[in-house]
Design a protein around this ligand. Structure first.
Ligand code: ATP
Ligand code: MG
Ligand code: MG
Length: 540
C-alpha cells in the first residue's frame, strides 16, 4: 500500500498546471549526459514514451545536466541520436540547466522561508554528522546571513567546498536522504550547456522535482533506487508550493552476460578490453546498432520484459533479447547463401564454361516476396564444416562416396576429398544429371565465379561467467574468444549493389549478419557482424 497523500495536489495547483499544459499526460526521459545509453535506458525510453503515446500524451527528453565536470556534448549528441534511432520523437528536448535561474530563485525562496541554510562543514564532517544524526553547527543562522552568503557563493566569493546550501528538513530522520541534504555546491567549471554563467550548481535530488513540476510532468517514472528519495522529492515541491507529479518507481533492467552500469562499461572501454562504446559485444545502444540489432527488436524486448517492481535488480536472460531480435529479422531480412569458412568444390563433369542461372527466393517460405538470381558453375565454395576427409553415418555433408544436394542447383556425388596437413583443401564431385536420388541434405554454396571475399566477425559472450551473478572481478571474467574473425568468407556478388552500412541479410543456415562500419563500401571491402544465430543455442 503506497502513501498517495504526498503526491496529492491542491485543486488550485492542478488548475494552474492544466491551464499551462492542458489536461494531458506528460512524461520525461531524463538521462544524465555522462555516458552512452544502453539497453536499460531503452527500457526507460520505451516505458516513458510508450505510456505517453498510449494515453495521447507526450514525452520530453530532458538532460539532467547538473554535474558539469562529468558531462559533455559528445554524450548529449549521441543520446539525441540514439533516441531518434529507437524511433522516438521527444515532445521537447530540455535541459535541467535551462532552469538554473528558476532553481536559484526557488533556493532563495526556501532560505527566506527558513527551509535552507548555508553550511561550511567540509564533505567529510557533514557526512559524519548526517550519519550520526547530529545537526550542523550552521543550521540555525539567521535568514539574512544565509541570503548574503548564498549570494556571495553565486558571485564567486567563496572557494569550492567552503560553503554549501543545505535544506533544513530533519537532521535525524530515519530516512537519511532527509537529513538536511545539500542543494547547491560551488564548482568553478564551465557547463557544457549553460556555459560560464554559474559557479554554483544545484544537486540532482533538488533539481529533479522542480524541473518535473515546472515542465508539467504528470508521471515521473524512475528506477527503484530512487524510492527512498520520493519523500524528499515531495518535500521540495510542498515547501515551494509547486505542482506535484505522481512518482512511480520500477525495477532496473539487467541482462545476463552483460554489464550496463556506466562505471563497468567505462572499465571495459577505457581499458581497451572492447573496441569502443559501439563495440558490438556491448549492450550500449551504439553497440547493438552496430551489431545489427533493430530498433523494432529492441523495443519488442522492452515490451516483453515489461515494467515491474519486483526487486531492485531483475536479470533477464540474454537469450530473450536475441529471441526478439531474431524474430524481427526473420520477417525483414532477405536470405542469401554465403560461405563463411570456404572449401572449394570442383565439379568434374561440367565444362569450365558452364553457367546456369537460377532463381533463389528471398524468403523461401514466402516466395511471393521475390527472388534473386544466382549462377551455378563447375566450381563452388561450400562451408568447411560440410566436408570431411572420411565418411561417417551421422555426417550428411561431403565425404568420399556421399551423395549430397547443392541448394537450388541439384545433386552431386563426392568422388574425392583432398587434404593438406590433415585439413580438407578441396573436394571433387560429379554432378548427377539424370534421375538424381533424394539427398539427405542440401548444402549452401557460392559459385567461385560469383564469390566475393569479405571479413566476418562472430561474437561470443564477452564473459566466461555471467557477471550479474558472479562474485569474481569483472576483468577476470573476460572471454578471450569473444570475437572470432573469419577472413576470406564468400558472399554472392549479386547482393553487393544492395549493401550499405548496417544492411542486414540472413545467410541461409548461418544466421543474421549486418555490414559493419569498418567496411569501405566504395572500395567494395565488406566486413560483416554476426547479429544472431538462427535458433537459440542455449549459449549466449
Ligand atoms: P547508470 O548507472 O548506468 O549510470 P543512471 O541511472 O545513472 O544509470 P541516467 O542517465 O541517470 O543513468 O538514466 C536515465 C534514465 O534511465 C533514468 O530514469 C534511469 O532510471 C533510467 N535507467 C538507467 N539505467 C536503467 C536500467 N538499467 N533499467 C531501467 N532504467 C534505467
Ligand atoms: Mg549515473
Ligand atoms: Mg542517474
Amino acid at each position: 500500500a503506497r502513501d498517495l497523500a504526498s503526491s496529492r495536489n491542491t485543486p488550485e495547483l492542478i488548475k494552474q498546471r492544466n491551464e499551462q499544459f492542458g489536461d494531458v499526460i506528460l512524461t520525461r526521459f531524463p538521462p544524465e549526459p555522462n555516458g552512452y545509453l544502453h539497453i536499460g535506458h531503452a527500457k526507460s525510453i520505451n516505458f516513458n514514451f510508450g505510456i505517453a503515446s498510449e494515453y495521447n500524451g507526450q514525452c520530453y527528453l530532458r538532460f539532467d545536466d547538473t554535474n558539469p565536470e562529468k558531462e559533455n556534448m559528445e554524450y548529449i549528441n549521441s543520446i539525441i541520436d540514439n533516441i531518434k534511432w529507437l524511433g522516438r520523437t521527444p515532445f521537447k528536448t530540455t535541459y535541467s540547466s535551462d532552469n538554473f535561474e528558476i532553481l536559484y530563485e526557488c533556493a532563495i525562496k526556501l532560505i527566506k522561508k527558513g527551509f535552507a541554510f548555508v553550511c561550511h562543514q567540509n564533505k567529510e564532517e557533514s557526512r559524519k554528522f548526517r550519519e550520526q544524526g547530529i545537526p550542523s553547527p550552521f543550521r540555525n543562522r539567521p535568514v539574512e546571513e544565509n541570503l548574503r552568503i548564498f549570494e556571495e557563493m553565486r558571485l564567486g566569493l567563496w572557494d569550492e567546498g567552503e560553503a554549501v546550501l543545505r535544506a533544513k528538513i530533519d537532521y535525524k530522520s530515519p530516512n537519511t536522504t532527509l537529513r538536511d541534504p545539500a542543494i547547491y555546491r560551488i564548482r568553478y567549471v564551465s557547463h557544457p550547456h549553460a556555459g560560464n554563467k554559474w559557479c554554483i550548481y544545484p544537486l540532482y535530488d533538488y533539481t529533479h522535482p522542480i524541473c518535473d513540476s515546472f515542465e508539467g510532468i504528470t508521471y515521473s517514472l524512475c528506477t527503484l533506487e530512487f524510492e527512498i528519495r520520493r519523500e524528499l522529492y515531495y518535500w521540495y515541491l510542498e515547501k515551494l508550493d509547486m505542482y506535484r507529479p505522481y512518482v512511480w518507481e520500477f525495477s532496473r533492467l539487467n541482462v545476463s552476460y552483460a554489464v550496463l552500469s556506466k562505471r563497468k562499461l567505462q572499465t571495459l572501454v577505457f581499458g581497451n578490453h572492447v573496441k569502443g562504446w559501439d563495440d558490438p559485444r556491448l549492450l550500449t545502444i551504439q553497440g547493438m546498432r552496430r551489431r545489427g540489432y533493430t530498433p523494432e527488436g529492441i523495443n519488442a524486448f522492452c515490451d516483453l520484459v515489461s515494467v515491474t517492481r519486483n526487486g531492485n535488480e531483475n536479470v533477464i536472460g540474454f537469450q530473450l533479447l536475441e529471441h526478439c531480435i531474431r524474430k524481427d529479422l526473420d520477417n525483414t531480412t532477405k536470405r542469401t547463401m554465403a560461405v563463411i569458412d570456404p572449401v572449394k568444390v570442383t565439379i568434374t563433369n561440367l565444362p569450365d564454361t558452364y553457367e546456369q542461372v537460377l532463381e533463389a527466393p528471398d524468403f523461401p517460405t514466402q516466395v511471393e516476396r521475390g527472388s534473386h538470381k544466382i549462377t551455378f558453375t563447375n566450381s563452388v565454395y561450400v562451408e568447411r564444416e560440410d566436408t570431411q576427409l572420411k565418411d561417417h553415418k551421422d555426417f550428411f555433408g561431403l565425404a568420399p562416396g556421399k551423395v549430397v544436394g547443392l541448394k537450388y542447383a541439384g545433386v552431386v556425388k563426392c568422388i574425392e576429398v583432398k587434404a593438406k596437413d590433415g585439413v580438407v583443401s578441396e573436394v571433387v564431385v560429379e554432378f548427377i544429371k539424370d534421375d538424381p536420388p533424394k539427398p539427405k541434405t542440401y548444402l549452401n554454396w557460392v559459385s567461385s565465379k560469383e564469390a566475393f571475399d569479405c571479413e566476418v566477425r562472430i561474437y561470443n559472450n564477452l564473459f566466461t561467467e555471467d557477471p550479474t551473478s558472479s562474485d569474481k572481478e569483472l576483468l577476470e571474467l573476460l572471454n578471450p574468444n569473444s570475437l572470432v574473425i573469419k577472413n576470406g568468407s564468400k558472399i554472392n556478388k549479386n547482393i553487393i549493389p544492395e549493401l550499405q552500412h548496417l544492411s542486414r541479410f540472413q545467410f541461409e543456415r548461418q544466421g543474421y549478419f549486418a555490414i559493419d562500419f569498418d567496411s569501405d563500401i566504395t572500395k567494395k571491402t565488406f566486413v560483416w557482424n554476426k547479429i544472431v544465430g538462427l535458433s537459440d543455442t542455449g549459449k549466449q
